[in-house]
Ligand binder design. Sequence first.
Ligand SMILES: Cc1ncc(C[n+]2csc(CCOP(=O)(O)OP(=O)(O)O)c2C)c(N)n1
Length: 329
Amino acid sequence: MDNIRKKDLLWMYRVMKTSRCFEERMEKEYLEGKQPIFNIGSGPVPGEMHLSNGQEPAAAGMIVHLTKNDTVTATHRPHHEAIAKGVDLNKMTAEIYGKKTGLSKGKGGHMHLFDPKVKFSCGGIVGAGIPHAVGAALANKKRNTNWVAVAFIGEGAANTGAFHESLNLAALWKLPFIVVVEDNSWAISVAKENSTSVPFNCTRAKAYDINGYYVKNNDPVEMYKVSKEAVERARNDEGPSIIEIKTDRYLGHFQGDPELYRNKKEVPSLIKKDPISKLRKRLIKANYVTIEELDTVDSLIIKEVNTAYEFAKHSKYPEPAEALEDVFC
Ligand SMILES: Cc1ncc(C[n+]2csc(CCOP(=O)(O)OP(=O)(O)O)c2C)c(N)n1
């Protein structure tokens, strides 16, 4: 299929499917203790929950080109990137449940997943991951490595000062830095056309004299191709890039969002062109794999996800006496 290695396509399918499976389960688990009246502070997973169902191609198509030496920063909607970057699923799930066995001993939660082993981080401040990734790219360059740093952001974050300041320095210093803008059309309830002066954020690359790429139709294969070029350029000291992908957010901004701002017909029409189902069909049609083989992959993923949830649920909470350990205060 388009001269892309079968191994890479299967990797992308597995990663996207794992993220979807993980989040579909989270969608249900998150509601525990929040019904019949939705109270965001109750249940075993208190606080906001931002799911990325529909946005998986952005993460898979880029991260397939990265190694554990490359840095990824993500946002308040981080699960698809964390899974693609190879963050330990058991520890990530435990972190979301606030358990001692979590990535940050349960003190970070779903928006603050940190895994230095695979150089992954994320955070709830919109735009904040961009300068963090530029800092990592600067360190990579100063150390004479060919490692790259990639910041994943939403299209809303492309209007922050951090985005523009970061791109200016990354371009000036020709850093191995890439920003992936996941345009899911919405920043909470604000449509892109009501917040952004240009239809495509990738055209903003011109302002910094760097490369800009656009991926339409939430297509993981196109994302793969464009990302391959941007990563190769970064590794070869040819400077930073902006990649914008048109993607789709199937769920609310956060779980519990009444979504009064969008037409009820929008989501069903998006799900009809789901990228995971499409990739599955393409893989089978290209004779890369049989239906039975993909069914086996799917059942292994379900098992892996179930194991992670069991691990998280059966892990212990930190002791109250540990509340002030490992935190700045
Ligand atoms: C600096 C900052 N301002 C405002 C917020 C509140 N906030 C959280 S998510 C969000 C919208 C982000 O939209 P976008 O960047 O498009 O990402 P998406 O939620 O669509 O993934 C806002 C305004 C915040 N967390 N940080």
